[in-house]
Design a protein around this ligand. Structure first.
Ligand SMILES: [Zn+2]
Length: 417
């Protein structure tokens, strides 16, 4: 096998790339410097817009790109940055097959680093590949921008979920829209207001909005009022995930009241034990261990009010798992029980649920379950935790889209031709 053929296979080059020469520099790590050029063509493509254009000049000489490492060595590609005369962009550096426009890294190297940033975090990826955090951040933006230019995520939507997601302490939120069919995030923007939801419908356009059949949301008027105007034919469903969230909050209020009562009547030890229950009570009964279940059973004798509140939350969850007709009857029972429970937070919750009853029933009828909102929220939480919070909402949106919109780049060798 000829050395150049071997080298091309190792570096993952396509037939479009011609290797002109190779040298090895020994620094703290050996460095393979590979001088390359694209195959000769009559015309080149504009690096910015991708249109065919005639050659302009040889640019400012050689440019360098960091490529995938080869064994112990780092690899650097060197090529002349020829320019084309693009009709729309003017004289611009021509597109090269091995790198994205305006990047100091090869496409394969960027895909690999972005992949690492998504499954882990940007700092870990930066450390692993010996580049700066900022470089990783820019790679993520470039990869996401390119991927979003290739697909129209807003096409063919039938059922969507509109939700808010916190990206930073102090009431900093994004509005996130998911597709119920694919489970993917299809749109995200800073803020949670009627204007934000309006911006989504602007991007969607009236024709595609008219084809929406279901919109699930958390009952917030900043969402539902805009949906009523911009997608009047869509059935608005109240995401059951949020209703269970309300019940969990009501349960927590009951627990806190009881805890305060214990503290103020001088039963500090019991109060302390009680405080530890908080996270246990929030969880789904089905996910509790036997020991945890025993703790909750013991609550029936120790604190009946909290036990009843826990039951009410779990029963509501069960209601949403039933077929529509049974769910209707069970919900009637639940509302009657909650209203008479003498637990103020649940009396209030019953009132709220009556207000949203039509939307809740629509959700049960059409089985637009909380699955996607739940899994997307969990993943978005993981993205936020991995980054230890985001200062810049744009950077957060980029990571959410890369991870949750199905835009994660494939590992370079998955696409090597
Ligand atoms: Zn152009």
């Amino acid at each position: 096998m000829r050395v150049s053929k071997l080298l091309k296979a190792i570096l993952g080059f396509t037939r479009e790339v011609v290797i002109m020469s190779v040298e090895v520099l020994v620094e703290d790590r050996p460095k393979l410097v590979v001088h390359v050029r694209p195959k000769v063509r009559k015309r080149g493509r504009c690096g910015r817009c991708g249109e065919l254009a005639s050659w302009f000049d040889n640019g400012d000489g050689a440019r360098r790109w960091r490529h995938l490492d080869a064994g112990y060595a780092t690899v650097e590609l060197v090529a002349l940055a020829r320019r084309v005369d693009c009709r729309s962009c003017g004289p611009t550096v021509a597109a090269v097959s091995w790198a994205r426009h305006d990047s100091a890294f090869s496409r394969a190297f960027e895909d690999l680093v972005v992949h690492a940033a998504i499954v882990g975090n940007k700092q870990a990826a930066a450390d692993r590949y010996g580049v700066s955090w900022r470089a990783v951040n820019n790679m993520c933006t470039r990869v996401a921008t390119e991927a979003l230019g290739r697909v129209d995520l807003l096409d063919g939507l039938v059922a969507i979920a509109i939700d808010e997601v916190k990206y930073k302490k102090g009431h900093k939120y994004l509005t996130v829209v998911c597709d119920h069919v694919t489970g993917r995030v299809i749109w995200a923007a800073k803020g949670r207001s009627k204007d934000t939801v309006g911006a989504f419908f602007d991007a969607l356009g009236d024709d595609r909005a008219a084809r929406l059949e279901f919109v699930t949301a958390d009952g917030a008027t900043w969402i539902t009022e805009v949906v009523a105007v911009r997608a009047p034919d869509a059935i608005v469903c109240l995401d059951t995930f949020h209703v269970i969230g309300w019940a969990t909050k009501a349960l927590d209020e009951v627990r806190r009241e009881e805890w305060n009562k214990l503290r103020h009547t001088g039963r500090a030890a019991a109060a302390k034990e009680f405080k530890g229950l908080r996270f246990l009570l929030r969880r789904n009964w089905a996910n509790l261990t036997m020991g945890q279940r025993e703790t909750i059973w013991a609550l029936e004798a120790a604190n009946r009010r909290t036990f009843r509140a826990f039951q009410l939350k779990e029963e509501l969850r069960d209601v949403f798992a039933l077929p529509l007709l049974q769910a209707r009857r069970a919900l009637d029972d639940w509302l009657a029980y909650a209203s008479r429970s003498k637990l103020a937070p649940f009396v209030r919750l019953a009132r709220t649920i009556r207000t949203y009853r039509a939307s809740i029933e629509a959700t049960i009828e059409w089985r637009l379950t909380n699955g996607i909102a739940e899994s997307n929220n969990a993943s978005i939480g993981r993205i936020r935790a991995n980054a230890r919070g985001f200062h810049d909402p744009a950077a957060f949106i980029t990571m959410v889209m890369l991870d949750r919109a199905g835009l994660t780049p494939q590992l370079p060798w998955a696409t090597a031709a």
